[in-house]
Design a protein around this ligand. Structure first.
Ligand code: ADP
Length: 521
């Protein structure tokens, strides 16, 4: 059992080099088997506000493989009862969860802005996404459709039903700290699975809020277990755990590859949602003002820290100059600041490592032959910005499709404007990256729109809208290095969290051989 050890505070990735623990900071626990317990190690990390790292939000357990083992044992113990709870009854609890999330939306929104940095409106959207996902997916409790089909032989009945996968490990990132956990958790639960959930180390509070709401809704002990902490050791302990039949992961492509190989080693099911390098095509007949709005929102919303961010703007040469000029003017007008201030357009980035990575790419861009830094490009460190991770929204123009800033995921407020000669050229450039999550086209020509819809090799495609803005009842996911063929959201997510069972009922009273064994022509 967990022994309460003296809290040992480790440096958080968001920390600005200061480590002295303060007694007044609230301590949070893991949730295992229906109990809130500290980590076996007693170690914690401090969760800081990325807009002002002097503001410490709380201390969260740095979990180890022992905590993961305890959580998996709890999930195992709860599985049979939850699996046998009829799906419509499971759904009733989830509808209650939806009500609790609605009731707490403002608090959860403020908590999220404080720990993650995104502006209040976007944090509210993140919580709303969890609410929508909960209601939509809970509705599946009265569907979870299987199917019947004719059998080959007389007096034989054939059907197919969904059954739960078993114990699921859910590993989530920091950029949508309530929405993404909900995308995994709610479908896992409606299908009858029990789970161990590990949020990103930078944003444990929003996932804690979600799990606390699960407890209040009456989800039985052990069905949902929360362990906080780093990818190593906590996440890795999950991917290697022989009892976790499925790992559902959203995060970086590099980590996703490690998760996938760990799962392959032990034949676990693995669903991956990873990077993007999403493009908006702006044709010469586009409504340029509308395209500018879409580009700004797609490139700089959430400070560009979305896997669907519009990090490439591929513009027809006939409108290239006009578009680029307007884009730069509008980008320079964006207000950077603390996301809690309603006047802020662009909040901070998540942590010091993100600043380093993004500034590194800005450097690379400036050194690429031909590319021009059209605006932004600096880290802000004075006055109100002194204690946070603020980077100016940055636009590079005259970018060539093969440059690193046009190929690699930057995950920050940086976008590249790339000229194109024609629609065919633009589509080729859009498809010429290793990722395939989202793509968009601005055009008033229906033929061009349908051509792009058909030719862009991505999991999501928008016409006259930006690359961001997925809705929960449509499948979400991407091609190529973005994923491994699965889709979250929609009803398609049920195919991740359930397995098909084919059932044959022979009521003929005699041995009937299937065609495979006895061919009659
Ligand atoms: P980022 O670099 O943006 O933080 P990561 O892919 O590293 O993205 O993190 C996404 C999630 O994966 C987080 O919850 C993180 O703790 C977890 N994670 C990181 N490394 C591993 C690992 N080796 N095994 C399992 N999970 C990991």
């Amino acid at each position: 059992m967990a022994q309460a050890k003296k809290a040992l505070v480790k440096t958080s990735r968001k920390q600005n080099g200061r480590s002295a623990p303060r007694a007044s900071v609230k301590s949070y626990n893991n949730y295992i088997g229906g109990k809130w317990v500290p980590s076996e190690s007693g170690e914690v990390s401090e969760n800081m506000n990325p807009a002002d790292t002097r503001d410490t939000i709380g201390r969260f357990p740095l979990s180890t493989s022992e905590d993961v083992n305890a959580a998996v044992n709890a999930a195992q113990e709860a599985f049979d009862r939850w699996r046998h709870t009829p799906a419509p009854r499971r759904a009733e609890i989830l509808f209650r969860l939806g009500e609790i999330l609605i009731r707490n939306k403002d608090t959860f929104t403020a908590d999220m802005t404080r720990e993650m940095g995104k502006v209040l409106k976007e944090a509210g959207g993140d919580v709303q996404e969890a609410i929508d996902c909960t209601y939509y997916t809970a509705g599946e409790g009265r569907r979870l459709h299987g199917f019947t089909t004719p059998a080959e032989m007389p007096d034989k009945f054939a059907m197919c039903v969904r059954q739960p996968v078993g114990l699921c490990g859910l590993i989530t990132p920091w950029n949508f700290p309530m929405a993404i956990p909900s995308w995994k958790l709610i479908p896992a639960l409606i299908c009858g699975n029990t789970v161990v959930l590990k949020p990103a180390e930078d944003t444990p509070l929003s996932t804690y809020n979600l799990v606390k709401a699960c407890e209040e809704a009456g989800i039985p002990p052990g069905v949902v277990n929360l362990v906080t902490g780093y990818g190593e050791p906590a996440g890795a302990a999950m991917t290697n755990h022989p009892a976790l039949r499925l790992i559902s992961f959203t995060g970086s492509t590099e980590t996703g590859r490690q998760v996938a190989s760990a799962c392959a080693e032990r034949n676990a099911i693995c669903s991956l949602e990873m990077g993007g390098k999403n493009a908006i095509i702006i044709m010469d007949d586009a409504d340029i003002d509308l395209a500018i709005e879409g580009a700004l929102w797609g490139a700089f919303g959430t400070s560009g820290q979305r896997c669907t961010a519009s990090s490439r703007l591929i513009v027809h040469k006939k409108v290239y100059k006009k578009f680029s000029q307007q884009l730069v003017e509008r980008t320079e007008d964006l207000r950077i600041g603390n996301g809690a201030d309603p006047k802020t357009d662009v909040g901070p980035v998540i942590n010091a490592a993100a600043v380093e990575k993004i500034m590194g790419y800005i450097d690379i861009g400036q050194n690429e032959d031909g590319a021009a830094l059209a605006c932004g490009g600096k880290r802000l460190t004075r006055g109100d910005y002194a204690n946070g991770y603020f980077i100016e929204p940055t636009v590079f123009t005259d970018v060539a499709p093969d440059m690193r800033i046009a190929q690699e995921e930057i995950f920050g407020p940086v976008t590249s404007v790339i000229p194109a000669n024609s629609l065919a050229d633009a589509v080729k450039i859009a498809n010429g990256v290793r990722y395939g999550l989202s793509a968009a086209i601005y055009t008033r020509d229906v033929n061009r729109a349908f051509h792009a819809m058909n030719e862009m090799y991505t999991g999501i495609c928008y016409v006259n809208a930006s690359t961001i803005g997925a809705e929960v009842h449509l499948p979400f996911g991407g091609t190529k290095a973005t994923g491994n063929g699965h889709r979250e959201a929609g009803t398609q997510v049920l195919d991740i969290f359930s397995e098909w069972k084919s059932i044959y009922v022979d009521y003929s009273g005699k041995l009937q051989r299937a065609q495979i064994d006895e061919v009659k022509l």
